[in-house]
Design a protein around this ligand. Structure first.
Ligand SMILES: Cc1cc2nc3c(=O)[nH]c(=O)nc-3n(C[C@H](O)[C@H](O)[C@H](O)COP(=O)(O)OP(=O)(O)OC[C@H]3O[C@@H](n4cnc5c(N)ncnc54)[C@H](O)[C@@H]3O)c2cc1C
Length: 492
């Protein structure tokens, strides 16, 4: 029996697989596709996801394969245009090393993830489709079908990372309420002549029947075409068909399509699963929530679902109480509900040509304040309350080397940070790293960044979860509460 079967090797499934692989949890990752998905689809990586990617060891590869967002070029009917930078391009600050979304086609993000998974000894199994499952109190028996026929995989947990039409969600009978937004759209990766690559070109903005845009994808000659289309009838996706589609919206001869690498039509929906967990079966990513692409939230939310789930699955498999796994839905479902509202609101603005994006899409302010994992007895004067994202800060190792708080958090462990603590600490335990920062500590706060950003006083402690959120803070006389909390979440 394996610990976890992940059905679906998209962004959510791959993130979970990387996290489980680095934790030594046994898993299989299957996908019904014969080869990896090859489209650009979710091309915006938000700052919080870049932090997750840093922890997973892929941020620099992703950044190298991506680029900054180009300005939007709003073409007018008379051949003139106006450039606008809709994406707030903000310089890093000490606490937030990534503050600007990155542009990278989804297939390259997933390639970097597969390469990382391979380094950890894992790989997706393509051409294997989940066709059904049954669960008992102790395990799940999943039926899969592939080139070698049918197979039964027995696992402790099954994770449905199988996208918006999730077979797992349907088989569980979990409702997927929401609405169809009345917009059908085409998205296609095309090579073309006629447009410079220094801008994201938008034509006929605000006119839903004729709107069309071309976003240059990094490091090549491909543009991502996006446009609303009619609800009726099939649309051909050949070079010739896309050429005549473009010619129907732009002056003939303006753009010549040379090649179509990938194309797809889809209807926009905003839907949220009623439940994320039924017994030993759990939903992540688009299987749990779907939404319009405006605001670039879907892939990011999917990655962060999986990142929230990985350490909790590892925990319960190692003896943590079951409520820890329930906290996955309690924490992530409200985030998805908020994201659906955001993406739908941005879609409404986009209908009128307003494409501005700011901090609201960066996902840096996601918080799990009301979660059971957030310790309520936290220090009342703490700036960063339990449930907030743990920020970065530059510090210096006692040996003299430059260091960052994110270096200390990197990896699958919990982290306890003490600031200017004299003596006393929690008992050592597997899965917990303890560091002291300040005079006499193993790291020095030589620029005062750590105490300023975390708003700590001498003697304070901060407990950080494996996914980089604060579980609790305490003054030295409250250390016992942090210690009890660690035991309660199974870190013993
Ligand atoms: C035009 C467009 C633009 C977008 N832009 C952005 C953006 O800028 N930023 C952003 O964050 N998001 C964006 N998104 C959304 C993003 O693409 C999705 O949210 C993301 O792909 C979800 O990842 P996932 O892993 O949950 O699901 P998916 O990527 O759908 O992966 C699911 C996988 O499960 C497999 N599968 C399905 N059924 C089975 C089965 N029975 N057995 C085995 N395998 C199965 C599928 O083959 C697939 O590989 C965009 C989407 C579109 C359409």
């Amino acid at each position: 029996m394996i610990d976890v079967l992940i059905s679906g090797a998209g962004a959510a499934g791959l993130t979970l697989a990387i996290d489980l692989a680095r934790r030594g949890v046994s898993f299989r990752l299957i996908d019904r596709l014969d080869v990896p998905f090859s489209g650009s689809r979710g091309k915006g990586i938000q700052p919080r996801t870049l932090e997750v990617f840093e922890d997973l060891g892929i941020v620099d590869r992703i950044a190298a394969a991506g680029s900054k967002y180009p300005p939007q070029r709003l073409h007018r009917g008379d051949d003139s245009y106006r450039d606008e930078q809709n994406m707030a391009l903000e310089a890093p600050i000490v606490g937030e090393p990534y503050r600007t979304p990155l542009l990278i086609p989804q297939f390259l993000t997933e390639l970097a993830m597969r390469n990382r998974l391979a380094e950890l000894g894992g790989a997706p199994e393509y051409g294997l489709e989940l066709i059904g499952f049954e669960q008992t109190n102790d395990s799940v028996e999943a039926q899969v079908d592939g080139a070698n026929g049918k197979e039964t995989i027995v696992c402790r947990y099954l994770v449905g990372a199988d996208g918006g039409r999730s077979v797992v969600r349907h088989a569980l009978g979990v409702e997927f309420p929401g609405k169809t937004l009345g917009i059908r759209a085409i998205v296609a990766d095309i090579s073309l002549d006629g447009l410079p690559r220094d801008a994201w070109h938008r034509f006929n903005d605000g006119d839903m029947a004729r709107q069309i845009s071309f976003c240059p994808l990094p490091h090549g000659d491909v543009f991502q075409l996006q446009a609303p289309i009619s609800h009726d009838g099939d649309m051909e996706l050949s070079v010739e068909a896309l050429q005549s589609f473009i010619d129907s919206r732009l002056p003939i001869g303006k753009i010549t399509v040379r090649d179509v690498a990938w194309a797809s039509c889809y209807s926009m929906n905003a839907r949220l699963a009623e439940r994320y967990r039924v017994g030993r079966v759990i939903l992540v990513g688009d299987a749990a929530h779907i939404h319009p692409p405006t605001g670039g939230q879907g892939l990011n939310t999917s990655v962060q679902d999986a990142y929230n789930l990985g350490w909790k699955l590892d925990g319960v498999l190692s003896g943590a109480p079951d409520w820890l796994l329930d906290s996955y839905q309690a924490e992530r479902r409200p985030i998805a509900a908020g994201m659906l509202g955001l993406a739908t609101g941005l879609l409404e603005k986009a209908r009128h040509g307003d494409m501005r994006r700011g901090r609201e899409v960066h996902q840096l302010d996601v918080s799990y304040e009301s979660s059971q994992v957030s310790l309520r007895t936290s220090k009342p004067d703490a700036l960063l309350i339990a449930g907030s994202r743990a920020p970065d800060a530059s510090i210096r190792g006692a040996a003299g080397q430059p260091a960052r708080v994110f270096n200390l958090l990197k990896g699958p462990h919990w982290t306890l940070l003490g600031y200017e603590v004299g003596g006393g600490t929690v008992s050592s335990r597997q899965g917990l790293h303890v560091h002291t920062i300040g005079a006499g500590g193993d790291y020095h706060d030589d620029q005062g960044h750590f105490s300023a950003i975390y708003a700590l006083k001498a003697g304070d402690w901060v407990l950080v979860r494996p996914d980089g959120y604060i579980a609790g803070t305490a003054a030295s006389d409250g250390l016992g509460a942090l210690e009890s909390h660690l035991s309660a979440v199974g870190v013993v």
